[in-house]
Design a protein around this ligand. Structure first.
Ligand SMILES: *Cc1c(COP(=O)(O)O)cnc(C)c1O
Length: 355
C-alpha cells in the first residue's frame, strides 16, 4: 500500500467545455502522480502534485539510450455516473513484463493500480462525459541517472499523466486503410517487440511516414526475419475473420500483448466463435482476400478499442474488405466492449473496476 502525499494545485485550469472537440493527447489535467526509485531504497515518495514540467540533467540516461517504458489505459464516466477503469491489473502485469526486459525495477501490481486509481480520483472531474469520450491515462517510467555510460540506471521516475480525449471516431466507426510494410521491420524475436517502450515506436516512424505518403493511415508489420508473417499494426493488434473463424497472430515475443486483444478473444469465444491464435502469412491473407474468404479485418487497442479495416495494401495488391464497409462482427465487438467500459452492458467477465 503506497502512502501518497497530495499537493493540490492552487491554479486549476479551465476544463474543456461539454461538446468541445478534444482530439487525442493535447489536453492535460490539473495533477500528476510521481514516484521515485533509488537503488537500495526502492520506490519511494509517492505523491500527487500539480501537473508541471520535470527538470532533469541533460545527461539523464533516458535521453541517450532510451531506457523507458509506458502504458496506455482509460478511465470512463459510466452511464450511472460512476468512474470505471478497464482491467487495470492487466496493465500492471504488463508493466512488469516490460520492466523486466528493460532492466527497470518491478512495481508491485497493487501499487501500480493504487497509483492509477489515486490519480484518476484526484482529477475525476476532468473525465469527459460526451458520447465516446474518456480520460486517457499514461503511466510511464524513465531512467534518470546523470551518467553517459551504458548500463541500467540506478534511479527512475514513475509518472502518471491524464488527458481527456475525444471519441476516436467523430462520426461513428470508420474503416481505415492499412499499409503492409515490406521493407522496414518493427521487432524481432529476442528483441523488445512485446514490451511497451518508446524504442519500438522510434523504429516505426519511418514506415508510418511512408504509409501516410501513400495515403494509408496505419502500418501493418510483418515478421522481422522472413517478412512473411503478419505481426501487428502500429499501436493495435490485428484480427481477421476468415470463413467464419476469427484468426489473429499468436503472441510470439515480437508482438505487443494487447489488453484489448485479450478481451476480444474472450468475447469471441464467449459468443461461440472459433478463435485461432497462430501464424498467418501475408500470402495466405492475399489469397483469402482474392477468393472472397476474408470477411472482416479489424485492429484492437485501448485508443480506438476496435478499428475496422476497409483496405489493405501489400506491394502491388490493394485489397478491399467487405466493400470498405464495417463488418458485422467488428461492429458487435465494438458495441460489446465499449458497452462494458461505459457501464451500459453487463460485465460477465468482471473487467470493469470502479474507482
Ligand atoms: C499498446 C499497444 C497495443 C494495444 O494494446 P492495448 O493494451 O490493447 O491498448 C498494440 N500494439 C502496440 C505496439 C502497442 O504499443
Amino acid at each position: 500500500m503506497l502512502d501518497i502525499r497530495i499537493e493540490k494545485t492552487t491554479e486549476p485550469k479551465q476544463k474543456p467545455a461539454k461538446g468541445e472537440k478534444l482530439g487525442f493527447g493535447h489536453v492535460f489535467t490539473d495533477h500528476m502522480f510521481v514516484m521515485n526509485y533509488t537503488e537500495g531504497k526502492g520506490w519511494h515518495d509517492a505523491r500527487i502534485v500539480p501537473f508541471q514540467n520535470i527538470s532533469l540533467s541533460p545527461a539523464a540516461m533516458v535521453y541517450h539510450y532510451g531506457q523507458e517504458m509506458f502504458e496506455g489505459m482509460k478511465a470512463y464516466k459510466g452511464v450511472d455516473g460512476k468512474t470505471y477503469l478497464f482491467r487495470p491489473d492487466m496493465n500492471a502485469k504488463r508493466t512488469n513484463e516490460t520492466n523486466k526486459r528493460l532492466c527497470i525495477p518491478q512495481i508491485p501490481e497493487e501499487d501500480f493500480v493504487q497509483a492509477v486509481e489515486a490519480a484518476v480520483k484526484m482529477d475525476e472531474d476532468w473525465i469527459p462525459t460526451d458520447e465516446g469520450t474518456s480520460l486517457y491515462i499514461r503511466p510511464f517510467i524513465i531512467a534518470t541517472d546523470e551518467f553517459l555510460g551504458v548500463a541500467p540506471s540506478k534511479t527512475y521516475l514513475f509518472i502518471i499523466i491524464l488527458s481527456p480525449s475525444g471519441a476516436y471516431y467523430a462520426s461513428g466507426l470508420a474503416p481505415v486503410g492499412i499499409w503492409i510494410e515490406d521493407e522496414f521491420v518493427r521487432a524481432v524475436k529476442g528483441g523488445m517487440g512485446f514490451a511497451k517502450t518508446g524504442g519500438n515506436y522510434a523504429a516505426s516512424l519511418i514506415a508510418q511516414v511512408k504509409a501516410h505518403d501513400g495515403g494509408y493511415s496505419q502500418v501493418l508489420w510483418l515478421d522481422g526475419v522472413e517478412r512473411k508473417y503478419i505481426e501487428e499494426v502500429g499501436a493495435m493488434n490485428i484480427f481477421f475473420k476468415i470463413k467464419g473463424k476469427v484468426v489473429t497472430p499468436a503472441l510470439n515475443g515480437s508482438i505487443l500483448p494487447g489488453v484489448t486483444r485479450n478481451s476480444v478473444i474472450a468475447v469471441c469465444k464467449h459468443w461461440g466463435y472459433e478463435v485461432e491464435e497462430r501464424r498467418i502469412s501475408v500470402d495466405e491473407l492475399v489469397a483469402a482476400a482474392q477468393n472472397g474468404d476474408l470477411e472482416e479485418v479489424w485492429g484492437t487497442g485501448t485508443a480506438a478499442v476496435v478499428s475496422p479495416v476497409g483496405k489493405l495494401r501489400y506491394k502491388d495488391d490493394v485489397m478491399t474488405i467487405g466493400g470498405g464497409e464495417i463488418g458485422e462482427l467488428t461492429q458487435k465487438l465494438y458495441d460489446e466492449i465499449t458497452g462494458i467500459q461505459w457501464g451500459k452492458k453487463d460485465d460477465p467477465f468482471g473487467w470493469r473496476v470502479e474507482v
